[in-house]
Design a protein around this ligand. Structure first.
Ligand code: CAO
Length: 580
């Protein structure tokens, strides 16, 4: 028996990383490639695998520690002598991997060299087959997520699909900018380097026509069968030739998203992925377990650093579900114990068609159900008299045109919400995950529900308390535009303290919004209407804005909500108070 010291391997460019998960206990046996611990840079998390079978003697670092390449991190006891395979720093450095940007640039360059004819197309736009670039392995891996839809405008570097092997989850970036004409793969398909993913329309200068580009691909691949755009894509695209060139010096690397470090094959990379404002943040091993158990990670509360989902979180979730399975419906938590809506064959009643839900729609559905089941909602209603506010807003039109900023009532609502949050800090709190304390926030970020063709998105306007109406208006346009174009970055959907959902431009007298947990309050605003209001001596026409405030009754009392709403009504009815 020999004691072997494990050191931090090449980090593909990252100088230092944090130890975020020590998954084993001293004495635990390990197999080759089993995850010893998890490191995290600002871009990726990495499972560090064991180079040999044996048992963990001890960790040499603690969770939260910052380490760099070559630092000793663990000791394992292995049978026989420590071998040359031990990942000493020198050995690992022999397979040093190029930074992702270089790797990707080389892949793209070589791919283009292979697929582009000498004469680039002269037309203004051409069709371009988009292939999987080198993924550092000849193996086929499973496609677990399609991140684009027909009609999307995709920028070079945007995520096309997510692939998952038993070691890593990989975001596959697009090698071209363009519009998605067709998706050639389906979730569950096995894909590898060079396989066709989609057909893009791209600017003509940079790309070659599809018939020329795909020629070498077609020789070794089944024909890409055209299908109607509105049909669910199926895994028809057979493996294409390995058109994407190998990056020889990074042959073992797993390519990550642009700007992220390439990692050794034995280091599993999971980019910090966020999907709906609530990020699904988990390493590949956790994702694998979740998939094996059929657990949707969007339902699991992460207890690791920065909300990372750990193996224990998944197993605790499963335990909780099993515990609640036989409990009476009244004890339902997170959806279990609730009688299931029966599956019905609707075709027996008439013609039907099955429409697949977008990723955003599925995540929204899961979040809504989670929030509806977990949060005891109360909704309070009131009308704000915005007669003067609207007169003032309309008076800003000419200046707005000069500044190129459109001011809608939503900007005043967001500003008023920030002032009401400052005056009523109960609404700027979240319940701690264990339900035993409240987190008071001393920042003021307000989320805004945006209706998009792909589903509901909630970008967040930051530090609203420090901004004026012009800046807020400009941000509303910018973020709502990005949301509609599918261009929001995960960080732009995170950190909200409170959400505004305005259906004012659409219509309706009122609705009861669902709290966007872990926030504790949400304001739903409907269409303003002129109504007769008694002023003490006569009815006068006033413009009234119907508002509904839903809140989490675990964190907020009715009195708090009454005060918040009354304050909001006062601010909107006389916006001079906003200046105080
Ligand atoms: N009453 C009457 N008119 C209103 C209004 C209200 N409460 N709110 C906005 N309007 C008017 C605006 O003033 C604008 O008219 P003018 O150009 O004449 O001034 C018009 O409606 C269109 O506004 P808009 O929708 O372009 O911009 P906005 O700032 O009002 O809204 C946004 C931005 C992103 C909130 C909105 O576009 C949106 O997506 N709303 C839907 C939110 C949603 O889906 N909520 C449900 C979520 S599920 O709980």
């Amino acid at each position: 028996m020999t004691i072997q010291t494990i050191v931090v391997p090449d980090l593909g460019g990252a100088e230092t990383v944090e130890v975020i998960e020590l998954g084993l206990s001293p004495g635990d046996s390990i197999e080759v490639e089993d995850s010893l611990l998890v490191l995290e840079s600002d871009k990726a998390t990495m499972d560090i695998p064991s180079p040999a079978a044996g048992a963990l003697v001890k960790y040499l670092v603690a969770e939260g520690a910052t380490v760099k390449v070559g630092d000793p991190i663990a000791e394992i006891e292995v049978a026989g002598e420590a071998t040359a395979e031990t990942p000493e720093v020198e050995d690992i450095e022999q397979v040093v991997h190029e930074p992702a940007a270089e790797v990707i640039a080389e892949v793209v360059e070589e791919t283009e060299a292979k697929v582009s004819p000498v004469e680039a197309a002269a037309s203004s736009s051409v069709e371009q087959l988009i292939l999987i670039p080198d993924i550092g392995s000849d193996d086929k891996v499973e496609l677990i997520e399609i991140s684009i839809a027909v009609g999307d405008e995709v920028a070079e570097g945007d995520t096309l699909v997510v692939l998952e092997s038993d070691k890593a989850t990989m975001d596959v970036p697009s090698t071209h900018s363009g519009k998605v004409l067709k998706i050639l793969v389906a979730e569950g398909a096995k894909l590898g380097t060079g396989d066709a993913v989609a057909l893009f329309e791209v600017a003509g200068e940079a790309a070659a026509p599809i018939d020329q580009q795909s020629a070498p691909v077609a020789q070794e691949s089944a024909p890409v069968v055209a299908e109607p755009e509105n049909e669910k894509p199926v895994a028809k695209a057979a493996p294409a030739a390995a058109a994407a060139a190998k990056v020889t010096s990074a042959a073992d690397s797993i390519q990550s998203a642009p700007g992220q470090p390439a990692q050794p094959a034995s280091v599993a990379v999971q980019p910090v992925a966020a999907t709906d404002g609530a990020s699904l943040y988990a390493g590949p091993a956790v994702r694998l377990i979740a998939r094996e158990l059929g657990v949707s990670l969007s339902q699991v509360q992460g207890t690791g650093p920065r909300g990372r989902i750990l193996k224990d979180d998944v197993s605790n979730f499963v335990k909780q579900v099993m515990k609640n399975k036989d409990a009476p419906a009244a004890s339902a938590n997170g959806g279990s114990g609730i009688p299931v809506v029966p599956a019905i064959d609707f075709s027996q009643f008439g013609k039907i068609e099955e429409l697949s839900m977008s990723k955003i729609q599925r995540l929204t559905a899961a979040n809504m159900q989670r929030n509806w089941l977990n949060v005891p909602h109360v909704t309070q209603f009131d009308d704000a008299d915005i007669t003067e506010l609207e007169a003032f807003r309309k008076g800003l039109k000419a200046e707005g045109e000069k500044r190129g900023v459109r001011v809608t009532p939503v900007a005043f609502l967001i500003k008023a919400i920030a002032a009401a949050l400052e005056a009523n800090p109960e609404f700027n709190r979240s319940l701690a995950a264990d339900g035993q304390s409240l987190i008071q926030k001393h920042y003021c970020h307000v989320g805004m529900a945006v209706d998009t063709p792909r589903g509901l998105m909630v970008p967040v306007i930051r530090d609203v308390n420090e901004k004026g109406i012009w800046d807020i208006s400009a941000e509303i346009s910018l973020l709502a535009g990005k949301a509609r174009d599918g261009k929001l970055k995960p960080a732009e959907m995170q950190g909200g303290c409170f959400t505004l959902s305005s259906l004012g431009a659409i219509g309706g007298n009122g609705f009861t919004p669902i709290v966007n947990a872990p926030e504790v309050g949400i304001l739903g605003v409907s269409k303003s209407q002129i109504k007769p209001v008694w002023d003490g001596s006569e009815f006068v026409p006033r413009l009234l804005l119907p508002m509904a405030l839903s809140y989490d009754h675990r964190a907020i009392n009715g009195g708090d909500a009454g005060r918040f709403m009354t304050h909001l009504v006062k601010l909107l009815s006389d916006i001079r108070y906003l200046a105080l």
